[in-house]
Design a protein around this ligand. Structure first.
Ligand SMILES: NC(=O)c1ccc[n+]([C@@H]2O[C@H](COP(=O)([O-])OP(=O)(O)OC[C@H]3O[C@@H](n4cnc5c(N)ncnc54)[C@H](O)[C@@H]3O)[C@@H](O)[C@H]2O)c1
Ligand SMILES: O=C/C=C/C=C(\O)C(=O)O
Length: 503
């Protein structure tokens, strides 16, 4: 029976028993000591999923202490092969419990199962597998040198785990983005304390069961739920015994975390916001450019940091492209995650829905023309409690408009014509962000020429969201600090010592 058939009779939100989240500290689940918690709602219909405990100083201290104890214990004494065998088993356990992770992720986010079953959950396992390979195969460096006495000396580099890593993760791809950090951290010998987003606690909690099942020593993986400021997030990122902070989230939040982590000096690795452009030249394969921009603008209800919110189209094909993208946007049917015909899910929360709707209103004030969307879709009565939003396309806004310069993080994009390659490049690079870009052209020279001038961390040509996990991933300008992926993750998750031996 397919996962969809499982729910044909009853919606996911009514098929699942109430699910409370729990902290996972030193190998044990606990509701903690603060007595504070919040309600977790299903974004599809507003139904209650369960409660989430808010961790405080005691929980953060206990988790950091457990992580350090793990480093001094069996985990710290394990060989790379023993460690990576365990993490390979974690990946296998995620795959063994695939449907449970899928159900939990879709309950928390409301995203279609057809999306999460192809992206979110498989990447949860792949992120562990990828970095076990890196940890087992990465070489180190060695520099023989001459010395005045002629005998010479040998320099070689040794890498060791950085220590206890704080992982602060967002709500849009909860399992994928949390394991994108936990995978390399653990494969390279660290221990972690994860603070998932308050919107999406379930898969981080479930991963604790997988860790225990395969025998990862207690204290290696810890989860403390909480909010950001004045809560577990802030306490964790300023904790004196945390050795590094890796964060994925909004740029403004990154600024706050940087201040919090500064006291006592600890390195940060940031993957932040974006306002990503797509450049579509007249010689592009229009079918592919429309299909790719449909995904990059509307997938995951536009809640993808790498998504496209600015589309620049060569004037010759502007009207045709706008008409084609409008047609695509209007074909997306809102629905429940478990419904295979669902084309688009809801936003993650009522708060986020209000934020996106405020930009929809701002667009009108700024003089934009609404090509399609601009509000809340009509949905069946049983979905009325959800955080629904219409996929929206604008044209005609000024280049300094908020909808053209500020990250909205919803299923919306502004399309503007351009006349020359230089103009397109200047427009693409015109915001404080520099995360991703997409260039659509069949001209090989132009593809390489334009891509090389995108001031971003990743540029796709005639594609979007193709991800080779060995490549460097991260943002330029206000979209991030550092790169993670493949051997690039070594820089943040290990400390390097150069040893010079006189021969
Ligand atoms: N660059 C990337 O790879 C990437 C990937 C996904 C999402 N994002 C960005 O994330 C944002 C959406 O996710 P979000 O709304 O969860 O982001 P957010 O910044 O609101 O929150 C992210 C996480 O940070 C925590 N947090 C908030 N304030 C904190 C503080 N002062 N100290 C410690 N922790 C704190 C939150 O509790 C949450 O766990 C968008 O801006 C999107 O572009 C970037
Ligand atoms: O929403 C942002 C998506 C980020 C994706 C990754 O970090 C990845 O594919 O590794």
């Amino acid at each position: 029976m397919t996962i969809h058939q499982l729910y044909e009779r009853r919606p996911l939100s009514q098929s699942s028993a109430r699910r409370d989240a729990a902290h996972f500290i030193d190998g044990a689940f606990t509701q903690g000591t603060t007595g504070k918690s919040w309600e977790n709602f299903h974004p599809v219909d507003g139904s209650l999923i369960g409660r989430v405990p808010e961790g405080g100083r005691a929980e953060v201290d206990a988790a950091v202490t457990a992580a350090h104890a793990a480093l001094r214990g069996d985990w710290g004494r394990m060989s790379v092969v023993e460690r990576t065998d365990l993490l390979g088993a974690v990946a296998d356990e995620i795959n063994r419990r695939f449907d449970e992770f899928l159900e939990a992720e879709c309950l928390d986010t409301g995203k279609p199962m057809s999306l999460a079953s192809h992206i979110d959950i498989p990447r949860g396992a792949a992120n562990f597998k990828m970095f076990t390979d890196v940890a087992k195969t990465v070489a180190t460096e060695c520099f023989p040198m001459t010395t005045p006495d002629g005998a010479g000396a040998l320099n070689y580099a040794l890498r060791r785990p950085r220590g206890v890593i704080a992982v602060i993760s967002p709500w849009n791809l909860p399992l994928l983005l949390m394991t994108w950090k936990v995978g390399p951290a653990l494969a390279l010998g660290n221990a972690v304390v994860v603070k998932p987003s308050e919107e999406t606690p379930l898969t981080a909690t479930l991963l604790g069961e997988a860790m225990n099942k395969v025998g990862v020593p207690r204290g290696v993986y810890n989860v403390v739920h909480g909010l950001g400021p004045n809560s577990a997030g802030e306490l964790l990122t300023q904790h004196p015994r945390v050795n590094g902070v890796t964060f994925t989230g909004e740029t403004r939040t990154g600024e706050a975390i940087m201040r919090q982590a500064a006291h006592g000096i600890r390195p940060v690795s940031f993957e932040l916001g974006g306002k990503n452009p797509a450049l579509i030249f007249a010689d592009a394969d229009l079918d592919k450019a429309v299909e790719g921009t449909m995904r990059s603008a509307f997938s995951n209800c536009g809640q993808v940091c790498l998504g496209t919110e600015r589309v620049y189209v060569e004037r010759l094909i502007f009207d045709e492209f706008v008409a084609r993208l409008k047609q695509g946007a209007e074909s997306l049917r809102p629905g429940r995650p478990e419904d295979p015909s669902t084309g688009i899910g809801p936003l993650v929360s009522k708060e986020h829905q209000a934020k996106v709707l405020s930009y929809y209103a701002r667009a009108i004030e700024e003089g934009a023309t609404v090509i399609t969307g601009g509000g809340v879709p009509k949905v069946p009565a049983d979905l009325a409690g959800g955080s629904w939003i219409e996929p929206t396309i604008w044209t005609g806004a000024p280049d300094n408009a908020a909808i053209v310069n500020e990250e909205i993080f919803g299923p919306c994009c502004h399309i503007r014509p351009f006349d020359t390659e230089e103009e397109a490049i200047e427009l693409a690079n015109s915001t404080p962000y520099g995360l991703a870009a997409a260039v659509w052209t069949e001209n090989l020279s132009r593809a390489h020429r334009v891509a090389s001038r995108m001031d971003v961390g990743i540029c796709w040509v005639n594609s979007w969201f193709l991800r080779d996990l060995r490549t460097a991933f991260g943002g330029a300008k206000q979209s991030g600090i550092g790169r993670e992926g493949g051997v690039h993750s070594l820089e943040f998750y290990t400390e390097l010592t150069n040893i010079c031996v006189k021969l």
